[in-house]
Write a protein that binds this ligand. Structure first.
Ligand code: SF4
Length: 380
C-alpha cells in the first residue's frame, strides 16, 4: 500500500531554496546587495522589465535605463517619448508608460521613495500583486509572496496540483502556498525565498524537462515522488492563435529614399500606445486586396489619398494573443494633407531621423529594409 501523501514541509523547502539560490543564482545587474535590502526602485524596474521577458534580454535594458534614469525623480522628470525609446523592443509598452506615471506619483505623494506598504503600492499604476510581492520581499525584507509563471509551475509540482492552473480556485491555492512558503522561511530572507523559487523555475524546474535529479527539493516534491512532474501544471488546451494580415505605407513626399516620409504616432492608450509607426492597418474581409486595404486605412487614419507602389518587406511577428504578417509598401500622396484622425500625431521626417523615435519591433524591421534599400540604390 502506498503511503499517504506527506504535507509540504514549508520550513525545510524555504531553507533549501535559500541555500540553493545563494550558490546557483545567476549574476544580474539588479542583484546587488542582499535580497531583502535592495534599492526598491531598482527592484521595481527590473521586475517590471522581467514580466514577459527573459532575464538575459532584460539585463542590457536595465543597465541603459538605470544609467539614464538612476532615480525615481529622474524617471518622473523624463519625457515620455524618451522613456518609450529606452523601452523600444521590450514590448508591452503599457509597462513603460505606467512606470513613468507611477514615478511621478511616487514623487508627488511619497517624496520620491517607494512606500513599503502593500495598499500604497497597489494604488500605483502598473503595480499588481506580483510586483508588490517582489518589492516588499526583495527591497524591504517583508514576508510577502509573489506568483509568476515560474513560481506557479514549481509550486504546482511541489504540491502536485491536479486542477487546471488557469482556474480561479487553483490560483487562490497557489497564492496561499506561496504565502505559507515565504512566511515559513528564515526571518528577513523572504526575498531570497521568492527569488530562489523563480530561479529554480528558470534553471531546474523548467516547463518541458524538469531536472529533478539536480533539484534541491526532489525528496520534498509530491509530483516528483509520484512521477507526474511532466504532467504538472495541468493546463487547459489553448485556443488557436489568430493570424492577421496587416499593411503599412511608407509615404514619401517626393522621390523615395531622398525625400521625407510620413510617420504616425499611435494613440497613447491601447496597444503600443505612444509609439510611432508607418501608418496602415489590418486587412478586413471587405478589402479586395492588401493595396485596397492600405488605401482605405490611410484615408481613415490620416484623411489622405495615396497611390501604393512597390512592396518593401514582409515582417512576421507574434504577440501574446495573435500573430501578424505585416506587408510594407512604398507609397506617395495623391490628395490631401495628413490629419491626425485615427492617430495621435504625424510627422514628415528623413530616413536618418527615424532613430530618434520609438518604434515597435515590426516597424524597426521596415526601417532596416529601407536603410538597406537606400544603400543598394546608392551602390554602397
Ligand atoms: S523535484 Fe522536479 S518537479 Fe519537483 S520541484 Fe524539483 S525539478 Fe520541479
Amino acid at each position: 500500500m502506498s503511503a499517504a501523501p506527506s504535507p509540504l514541509d514549508f520550513p525545510q523547502i524555504a531553507r533549501r531554496l535559500v541555500a540553493w539560490h545563494r550558490k546557483h543564482q545567476r549574476a544580474m545587474p539588479w542583484r546587488t546587495g542582499p535580497a531583502g535590502a535592495r534599492d526598491p526602485y531598482a527592484v521595481w524596474v527590473s521586475e517590471v522589465m522581467a514580466q514577459q521577458t527573459r532575464l538575459e534580454t532584460v539585463q542590457a535594458y536595465f543597465r541603459r535605463w538605470m544609467a539614464r534614469f538612476p532615480t525615481v525623480e529622474a524617471l518622473a522628470q523624463a519625457d515620455l517619448q524618451e522613456v518609450l525609446k529606452l523601452w523600444e523592443g521590450l514590448g508591452y509598452y503599457a509597462r513603460a508608460r505606467n512606470l513613468h506615471r507611477a514615478a511621478q506619483l511616487v514623487v508627488e505623494q511619497h517624496g520620491g521613495r517607494l512606500p513599503a506598504d502593500r495598499k500604497a503600492l497597489l494604488a500605483l499604476p502598473g503595480i499588481g500583486e506580483y510586483t508588490v510581492g517582489a518589492i516588499l520581499s526583495m527591497a524591504f525584507g517583508q514576508a510577502e509572496p509573489l506568483l509568476d509563471g515560474n513560481v506557479k509551475r514549481v509550486l504546482s509540482r511541489l504540491a502536485d496540483l491536479d486542477r487546471p492552473i488557469q482556474e480561479a480556485a487553483t490560483l487562490k491555492e497557489l497564492w496561499s502556498l506561496a504565502r505559507e512558503l515565504v512566511q515559513a522561511g528564515p526571518a528577513d530572507q523572504a526575498g531570497l525565498v521568492n527569488e530562489g523559487l523563480m530561479e529554480l523555475g528558470s534553471l531546474v524546474c523548467t516547463p518541458k524537462a524538469p531536472d529533478c535529479p539536480a533539484c534541491p527539493l526532489a525528496d520534498l516534491c509530491l509530483a516528483a515522488q509520484r512521477g507526474v512532474q511532466a504532467q504538472r501544471p495541468v493546463t487547459r488546451p489553448r485556443r488557436r492563435t489568430p493570424h492577421y494580415q496587416v499593411t503599412a505605407a511608407v509615404i514619401w513626399q517626393g522621390e523615395p529614399y531622398r525625400s521625407r516620409l510620413l510617420i504616425a504616432q499611435r494613440p497613447e492608450t491601447g496597444m503600443l500606445g505612444g509609439l510611432w509607426e508607418f501608418p496602415g492597418g489590418k486587412l478586413e474581409p471587405e478589402d479586395p486586396d492588401l493595396v485596397a486595404c492600405l488605401r482605405r486605412e490611410i484615408q481613415e487614419e490620416l484623411g489622405m489619398a495615396i497611390a501604393v507602389g512597390a512592396p518593401i518587406a514582409q515582417v512576421k511577428h507574434a504577440y501574446s494573443h495573435f500573430r501578424i504578417t505585416l506587408h510594407a509598401f512604398h507609397a506617395r500622396p495623391v490628395q490631401g494633407e495628413p490629419q491626425a484622425i485615427g492617430c495621435a500625431d504625424w510627422r514628415w521626417v528623413r530616413l536618418e531621423d527615424l532613430d530618434a523615435f520609438p518604434f515597435p519591433v515590426t516597424d524597426q524591421k521596415i526601417i532596416r529594409a529601407l536603410q538597406e534599400g537606400r544603400a543598394q540604390r546608392d551602390g554602397k
